[in-house]
Design a protein around this ligand. Structure first.
Ligand code: FE2
Length: 334
């Protein structure tokens, strides 16, 4: 295993009038690397608070791959869950400037990186190829302020009518002028949209039944079943999970579902957002078992606090490292 020696942040003490000031470099720095027993690497990094930077990795110092873009809190920490699957890698931090920087995990595609940005609970935003894709944008669970600064939507996926997944007011707020936004939703969500103003929601919506496909803005969208097996909270056929293909990469959003065969049958998923909660969804054990069968390259647990706080550490342990599946826990409940 090889790691670039952590470059210590430039910090020059300056004693003046009995006070010690610290002059720090404006450039972000990777300041420390700790390898955990399971092979994961904890990176610490530093930058001026409120500035943005991208952590990149390389295995041979020839080309660098973006890993994550962050907004600095001054001193930051990032867990590299890909490290156990690699012989070794180096890290660097690159400053990001400009307007409208999106933070999140980078997923390289044939057409630039997709940035996977957690909003909260079941709400996710993906930025790709200059487009903004939202899955289940909802203001519940304290999400409302977390939409501030995010772009209007090109594509919105809505899984089902429950208020932690569907919010007519948030959908309306994300609409682009004209016909710029396409919403994909099951019939049940279309029916729940206001028929009076703002009736634009319905006019922007393409209804997909389980198994149906659509496309918009260079993305292919496939509706996947999501339902309960042990109760009637989510009856079969009323809601959709989604697989979105962008630049050759497949992203899966589970919506609310139990451990169903349609999910286990998925193939070639690069990034999966998988729900956990009771009684509507899965235990961590069921979710881990399903994930080990459909083997996404990365899995992002989401929707894992609802009356019960689910143990993501246990989920990760159960998924294991033997199949090469990375579990990336991100800030869905800040
Ligand atoms: Fe839910």
């Amino acid at each position: 295993m090889k790691f670039l020696s952590p470059a210590l942040r430039t910090a020059l003490p300056l004693a003046a009038l009995g006070t010690t000031l610290w002059l720090t470099a404006a450039e972000p720095q990777v300041t420390g690397l700790i390898r955990e027993e399971n092979g994961e690497v904890v990176l610490t990094s530093a930058a001026d608070e409120g500035t943005y930077y991208r952590i990149e990795t390389t295995d041979a110092m020839r080309s660098w791959t973006p890993l994550v873009t962050v907004r600095s809190t001054g001193s930051d920490q990032h867990l590299d869950t890909a490290a156990p699957h690699l012989d070794g890698r180096y890290y660097r931090a690159i400053p990001q400037t400009g307007a409208d920087i999106i933070t999140g995990d980078h997923l390289p595609t044939d057409n630039g990186d997709a940035l996977l940005h957690p909003i909260g609970h079941a709400s996710v935003m993906v930025s790709w190829n200059g487009k903004a894709i939202y899955s289940d944008p909802s203001d519940q669970n304290g999400n409302a302020p977390r939409f501030t600064g995010l772009p209007l939507a090109d594509v919105i996926l809505v899984t089902h009518t429950h208020s932690d997944h569907f919010s007519a007011s948030r959908l309306t707020a994300l609409l682009k002028p004209g016909t710029g936004t396409t919403i994909f939703a099951p019939q049940s969500v279309y029916n729940a949209m206001p028929s009076a103003a703002p009736a634009t929601l319905r006019s922007r919506t393409t209804i997909l039944a389980n198994g149906a496909t659509g496309n918009a803005h260079g993305m292919d969208i496939r509706a996947i079943a999501m339902y309960n097996l042990s109760n009637s909270n989510h009856p079969q056929g009323t809601g959709n999970g989604y697989v979105v293909t962008m630049g050759g990469q497949n992203l899966y959003f589970s919506g609310d579902t139990e451990d169903i065969p349609e999910m286990r049958a998925l193939t070639d998923i690069d990034a999966a957002f998988v729900c956990m909660s009771l009684p509507s969804n899965m235990t961590v054990d069921a979710a881990a078992s399903a994930v080990r069968e459909f083997r996404p390259r990365m899995v992002f647990p989401y929707h894992y606090r609802q009356s019960i706080v689910f143990d993501i550490a246990r989920f990760k342990q159960l998924v294991g490292t033997d199949l090469g599946i990375e579990v990336r826990q991100r800030l869905f409940y800040p």
